[in-house]
Every structure is written in C-alpha cells, then in structure tokens.
Design a protein around this ligand. Structure first.
Ligand code: ADP
Ligand code: MG
Length: 555
C-alpha cells in the first residue's frame, strides 16, 4: 500500500470553495440534495452498465441510498450502492470542475463579488463541493462495481485533497460512502428530524429509495423516500409542490418551473414526458456547446442526457422522456440513430411549441415572462428550423416604436400596417434604448409606421435570410431605399418638400466628391425628419448591425 498523495485543487476550484464557504449561502440544506443526486446518478449509471453486464449487480441488485447519522460523532454519511469510483475517477471528478456552467458562474461571481454575486450563489448548484458549506472535512471511500480495489479521497476544503488506496474490507461492497464531519454550526444535520424534513422536501422523488439510520437509535432503519418515478404516477396524484421538488432535482435549478408539461403518448410510439421551463435563466444558457439537458430513460432506466431530444433553441427546457419502445440493450450510439428516437424528438419538440402557443393565447402575461427569459434562444430557431419557422414566428414577441415597452406579436404588427406598407420594418442594435433613439427611425415615426426594435445578437442573423410573415418581408431601416414616400406623414413636418431644391443637389454632389471612397451613394431620403444625415446600407448589402458584429468577430 503506497503512502497518501497530496494534490492541489485546480486554482478556480479553491477560489470557488472559499467564496462558497465565506458567502452567505442562502440555503445550506442544498448540500444534501447535491449528495443525494450524485448517489442517485451513480445508481442509475450502474443500472445502465448492468444491462450489458449483469454480473456488476452481484447479489445486490436493488439500488439504495442510506443516510447514516451520528449525533455524538457529529457526522452524516451518505452511502450508495451505485457504480462507485476508482482512485483515478476520484482524482478526475472530485478535483475538477464538473458542471459546465460552473466556470461561467465563477467568472460572474468574481466580477461582482460584493453585489449581485452574493445572491447568485444561492441559486446555483455547485455539486459535490457544497458539502464544505457544512463540513470541515469530507471523506469519500469508494469501490467501483466489478473491481476488487477500493480508494479514499479526503479534503478539508482548503485547497488540497489526498487520495489513497484502502482495504476493501473498509469500503462499501460496491459504491460510494461520503462522510461529512460537520462544522459546529451545522450539527443539526446529524439529527434525524432535520434530515428527514430536508429529504422529503428536496429529494422525495429521486428514482432511488432513501433510508435513514440513526446511530444509537432503537429503530434499525427508516425509509423516507420510495424511489418511485414521479413521471409514472397519475397527474391527479401529483401536487404542484411535488413537481417543483422534482424539477429542482432533475434540473439542478433553485427556482420554480414557469411551465410544467407532463403527458403520456400511446399508440404507434409509447413514451412519457415530464419537462419544465425554468422561471429564471439557467447559467449555461449561452454556453458555446448549446447543449440540451433532457434525459432519456427507457422503462425507468436512465440511458443518457446526450440524446438531444429537443432542438438546441429549446435547450432551456429541462426534464426527461421515458420510452417504452426502445430496446434496453441498445448502445447509446445506436439509440441516436434509431427511428423511434426521431419520432420522440419530433413529437416532444412539436408539443413543447404547441404548449407555448396555447399559453400565449390563454395567459399572455405568463407567456411574456417566459419570452423575456428565453426569447433570444427561441429566435435561434428562426434560422435553424425551417420546418417550424412559421410556428416560431407566431410565438415571437417584440418591443417596437409603438408598443410603449410592451410586447407585440407579428399578428399585432400585421394588423396595424399602414396603407401601401410593403414590409415589416425593424432596427437592430445592442440595447433597446439606443435603438429606439436611432435617427434612422425618424421617417418611420413621422408616418406612424411601427418599427420592431431588435436588441439580441441572433436578430442580426434571422432577419437576413429571407424570412417573411404573411407575405411581408422583414426589412432593416438601415437597408436600401425604403419607399417611404408612398406613405403620408402623420405629424407636422413637410420634410420631404425640400427634395428638389438646388442647394440640396449641390450638397449631394459635394458629399459624393468628398466621400467618394467611403460610400457608394449619397441621396435625399424620406427616412429622416429632424436629423440632417444618416448612414444606410445599400439594398442588397448586409445590415449595418450584422456588419459591425462580423467586423468585431474579426471576419
Ligand atoms: P455533477 O453531479 O453535476 O457532475 P458534482 O460536483 O455533483 O457534479 O459531482 C462531480 C462528479 O463526481 C460526478 O459527475 C461523478 O462523476 C462523481 N461523483 C460524485 N459523487 C459520486 C457518487 N456518489 N458515486 C459516483 N460518482 C460520484
Ligand atoms: Mg451532482
């Protein structure tokens, strides 16, 4: 047996640990949910691997999570009989940042140390490290299923950890035992009353049964959660609180669902769906990988969360799909190519969009709150998903020059078109206020023509690929010779009267000469009323905002 080896956490992690422990974490109880969800994940991973290798189960096929409480010693032990970890696994997973959103979160936190960051931390799942909020030392002992070696991992959360081999007799027969040596102000987590309350509130619906054992108590063991999969229950048996608890554990979110979608299909394809739209923006929403987080189960066995059940522009939807048709012994790769999966992808995507549409009709304010958070992501679908483009255009909401800060649909826009108006006008930019003040809008305002104000990055893309709504093309106010002269002014100005005067033609000739290399044309315009000049793109050229974006991206 070799001597324990001391290693350093990644720099970012020790910073994170420090901040977590020294910030006012709004809710320390969450450490238990994090450890239980890791234990449940480990049991599900084992269940999956055992499909092709049943020997991994040994004589203990029932997954379980046990919480061992010892008031006297001041410890709580979270033990599972799941897949377990080798020493190498521990070094990799417990010593590095696991969750992709963690890094982005860290950066934000460092940037806003004293402000919003203090609240942010309470909304974010930090996984295994949350144990250090309540423990001065965490010991992990684990044995990977199917191996005859065990290892331990130990840390005080101050920046280093040790890994050492241990005798298999001192380890669980299979799986992982996490021991928390509780801090003085966290001793309550060794008490059965506290622990049961938290488990019921936070983890009552994880798909693995949970037991509580109390050192020195008469009762051997007490089951606190039955491990029944919530999505297999009847809707009428599930309360809103049940859904919210389940949402938090499946999504790793701290808020409530803004929309819950739970249904079962029968007939050609049989599957259950339980998905949620979060109330707040998840931290990984704009991660470059744009990955979705819908889990795929087959008859209650977790298979993968990489099945990309929903298109990327619906990546904010969390939850799971449980199929009754896919064979359990199919490899993940084969599942990806299966026609059953395509049918599920199509069915669930359509259903999510139609539910949104329904909500937009029945409860516009609730819908607007969802659009406020996720509209910028949904709009990616306008250029990525040709088949559902019309549906997405129907769901889209915009601020406009006439909306007074409210949201407008394209249907609203179409209903207030001016006579002779042939296009849907929009202005892009990086923030609403600046766009709203753009001189390009003057001629439109003076004619009472509504202009959509588009502040999101994606707006510069979908608007330039020939999208139209009810036969009306989208047209940027910075682009080309808009034929505004056909639409009369509604207020005061006789701006266009000055067109033909000699002074103006002289000025134009002068401007063309001076700006010869910089512009392709100089002309009199109907788009201005009070400003003297503005820059526009020519009819078939790129929108100005898009040009700026590409230039700043170095293209
Ligand atoms: P996440 O669960 O989001 O991946 P965590 O910080 O909670 O992040 O856990 C990090 C990793 O450590 C897990 O992905 C898993 O590989 C490993 N791990 C943690 N707890 C266990 C456990 N009880 N059994 C097996 N592996 C575990
Ligand atoms: Mg976790």
């Amino acid at each position: 047996v070799s001597a324990p080896e001391t290693r350093a956490f990644e720099a970012d992690v020790s910073k994170l640990l420090h901040m977590m422990v020294h910030s006012v974490y709004s809710d320390k109880d969450v450490f238990l949910r994090e450890l239980i969800s890791n234990a449940a994940d480990a049991c599900e991973k084992l269940r999956y691997e055992a499909i092709s290798n049943p020997a991994l189960f040994g004589d203990d096929p029932q997954p379980r999570i046990t919480l061992n409480l010892d008031k006297e010693a001041g410890t709580i032990v979270v033990e599972d009989n799941g897949i377990g970890m080798t020493a190498a696994d521990m070094g990799e997973t417990l010593g590095t940042i696991a969750r992709s959103g963690t890094k982005a979160f860290m950066d934000k936190l460092v940037a806003e140390k004293d402000g919003e960051g203090q609240q942010l931390i309470g909304q974010f799942g930090v996984g295994f490290y949350s144990a250090f909020m309540v423990a001065g030392r965490v010991d992990v002992v684990s044995r990977r299923a199917g191996t005859d070696k065990a290892a331990s991992w130990s840390s005080d959360g101050q920046g280093t950890y040790t890994i050492a081999p241990v005798d298999v007799a001192d380890a669980p027969a299979r799986g992982t035992r996490v021991t928390l040596h509780l801090l003085d102000d966290a001793k309550t987590y060794a008490e059965r009353y506290t622990v049961e309350r938290i488990v019921k509130a936070q983890s009552g619906h994880v798909p693995v049964p949970i037991f509580v054992k109390e050192q020195g108590s008469e009762e051997e063991e007490h089951q606190v959660a039955d491990g029944a999969a919530l999505w297999t229950k009847l809707k009428s048996e599930i309360s809103e609180e049940d859904y919210a608890d389940f949402y938090r554990s499946v999504a790793g979110q701290f808020d409530k669902p803004a929309l819950t979608l739970h249904y079962r299909t029968e007939g050609r394809h049989e599957y259950s769906v339980l998905t949620f739209i979060p109330e707040t923006k998840p931290f990984d929403l704009f991660d470059p990988d744009r990955k979705g987080r819908i889990k795929l189960y087959v008859r209650r066995v977790f298979i993968t969360d990489e099945a990309e059940i929903l298109p990327r522009y619906l990546r904010f939807v969390r939850g799971l799909v449980d199929s009754a048709d896919l064979p359990l012994n199919m490899s993940r790769e084969m599942i990806q190519d299966s026609p059953v999966l395509s049918a599920i992808q199509k069915g669930v995507s359509n259903r999510v969009l139609s539910e949104l549409d329904k909500l937009a009709g029945s409860e516009p304010e609730r819908y607007a709150a969802i659009w406020e958070n996720f509209g910028a992501v949904l709009k990616e679908g306008l250029y990525e998903d040709f088949e559902r483009r019309d549906q997405l255009l129907g769901l889209a909401r915009f601020k406009s020059t006439t909306s007074n800060g409210g949201w407008r649909s394209l249907k609203d826009y179409a209903a207030s078109l001016k006579e002779n108006q042939t296009a849907i006008y929009y202005a892009t930019g990086t923030d609403l206020e600046r766009i709203a003040q753009s001189p390009q809008l003057e001629g439109f305002k003076a004619r009472g023509i509504e202009v959509l104000l588009l502040p999101d990055q994606v707006d510069s893309f979908w608007t330039t690929i020939g999208v139209d709504y009810e036969g009306k093309p989208f047209k940027s106010v910075t682009q080309g010779a808009t034929d505004l002269s056909l639409i009369p002014l509604t207020e005061g100005g006789a701006a266009s009267e000055a067109h033909a005067t000699e002074e103006v033609s002289d000025f134009i000739a002068f401007a063309k000469r001076v700006l010869a290399d910089q512009v392709s044309d100089v002309r009199v315009s109907d788009r201005l009323t009070t400003s003297a000049v503005c820059i526009v793109a020519s009819e078939n050229a790129m929108d100005l905002q898009l040009e700026k974006m590409l230039a700043s991206a170095g293209r």
